[in-house]
Design a protein around this ligand. Structure first.
Ligand SMILES: NC(=O)c1ccc[n+]([C@@H]2O[C@H](COP(=O)([O-])OP(=O)(O)OC[C@H]3O[C@@H](n4cnc5c(N)ncnc54)[C@H](OP(=O)(O)O)[C@@H]3O)[C@@H](O)[C@H]2O)c1
Length: 218
């Protein structure tokens, strides 16, 4: 399947590598085609990988686009990707609205009564936004066995069919179906994003990023 990735950071390259290894074709987008990181990634990832602008990546996608842009820049990046290129497609939103302008720990640019996931869904009403993967470090997204024991990945979004499609993709990454928790509509992004205020403290305490949430329920 042809998939577009908006973003050239560690999330973009990690998801890109996994998707290419699973046989998908991936175009990674950045603010301008020819971005050094995107070019290097595409060269290393092989013939099923390409690069271009955010708009090139979104236009390339048949059904699924990934938002792996910085949270504080996601609306801008997706605007550059273009509403028409995102229309009718699923947007897997991995971004966290972190504001590092005052140092560590970061604050959230939006929270409590709204979220980045909802802002994106409002801005692109013809796109099916599915929040997923934002609660864990990039490597765990594609290699859940890195974290011992059972642990979970959350999905949230307004379109049930889109969540089924994203769930299938998540399973193909090595997640058990019972480890995928559907939290309902896109407003569940609030809690998923506010978790980051705890995530960054856990990260500071462990001094390493591969940890995740387990949800035992009696
Ligand atoms: N790092 C993790 O393990 C992790 C885990 C879960 C969720 N997340 C979230 O996933 C997203 C990606 O994280 P990341 O660490 O891979 O990368 P990042 O450094 O947060 O973001 C890099 C991307 O943001 C774009 N960008 C930055 N400023 C921009 C602007 N003003 N306008 C348009 N685009 C802009 C960059 O464009 P260019 O390509 O043009 O430079 C680049 O593609 C973030 O929202 C992050 O919070 C990260």
């Amino acid at each position: 399947v042809k998939i577009g990735i908006v973003g050239t950071g560690i999330v973009g390259t990690t998801l890109g590598d996994k998707l290419v290894s699973l046989g998908h074709e991936v175009v990674m987008g950045s603010r301008s085609a020819g971005n050094e990181k995107a070019v290097a990634w595409a060269a290393a990832a092989g013939e099923r990988a390409g690069e271009g602008s955010f708009a090139d990546a979104a236009a390339f996608a048949e059904e699924v686009v990934v938002n792996a842009a910085a949270g504080s820049a996601s609306l801008e990046a997706l605007g550059q990707a273009g509403a028409a290129n995102l229309s009718g497609k699923i947007l897997i939103d991995v971004a966290n609205p972190l504001d590092f302008s005052a140092g560590f720990p970061p604050t959230l640019t939006v929270s409590n009564t709204d979220s980045l996931g909802e802002q994106i869904q409002r801005e692109f009403p013809r796109t099916k936004v599915v929040k997923a993967f934002n609660t864990m470090t990039a490597l765990v997204m594609v290699q859940p066995s890195l974290v011992p024991g059972s642990h979970v990945v959350f999905v949230a979004g307004n379109d049930a069919g889109a969540k089924t499609t994203v769930g299938g993709l998540i399973e193909s990454f090595g997640w058990q179906r019972e480890s995928i928790i559907d939290l309902g509509d896109i407003s569940a992004s609030r809690g998923l994003e506010m978790f980051l205020t705890l995530w960054v403290r856990l990260y500071a305490m462990f001094d390493r990023a591969p940890f995740n949430i387990a949800v035992p329920c009696a």
